[in-house]
Design a protein around this ligand. Sequence first.
Ligand code: FAD
Length: 158
Amino acid sequence: MDDRQFRTAMGKFATGVTVITTEVEGEVHGMTANAFMSVSLDPKLVVISIGQKARILEKIQESGIFTVNILAADQQEMSMIFAGQIKNRKVTFDRLDNKPVLSGAVAQIACEVSAEHVEGDHTLFIGKVTDIHLEEKDPLLFYSGKYRSLEKEETAVS
Ligand code: FAD
């Protein structure tokens, strides 16, 4: 199995898109990530997976906090800014539980790092959720290497 086949297979899992943020000495750093999931309801825990080369890795280790901002359909530009595909854009941040969050996101989730696990070339951070803010908007989706949006037809899950 080669790397490309693995990447292609993983890309077949349709996801939302998040921007993870953290803050060290008043400086906010963000990174686009789709490796995010809910872990536990009691206590409320989530997990993110950060590549070893990402600059945000050390910053989360230093600050001990992060936020997950689930992007709205109209925030593809934010995804590109925080994936390094659009350069030198000034972004201003709101605050939730005194942590930096992106305004206009479908969900803002503030976390404290409760555990860290190095697995291969990524580090998994378990976050204890300290606060949440929600907005009624459609999410941005990512599938097979492309941004997508929800179609209007809905199927009920029973
Ligand atoms: P940096 O280069 O440090 O930061 C990324 C970009 O964000 C830079 O251009 C920087 O200028 C900008 N930026 C940072 N802070 C600010 C700020 N305060 N104001 C304005 N701009 C700022 N990688 C993973 O490790 N895990 C994932 O789950 C993951 N999922 C991804 C999903 C998608 C859809 C995409 C497109 C990419 C994903 N990546 C993921 C890759 C990751 O987003 C990039 O590799 C990223 O550039 C690496 O982060 P960094 O902290 O090293 O980058």
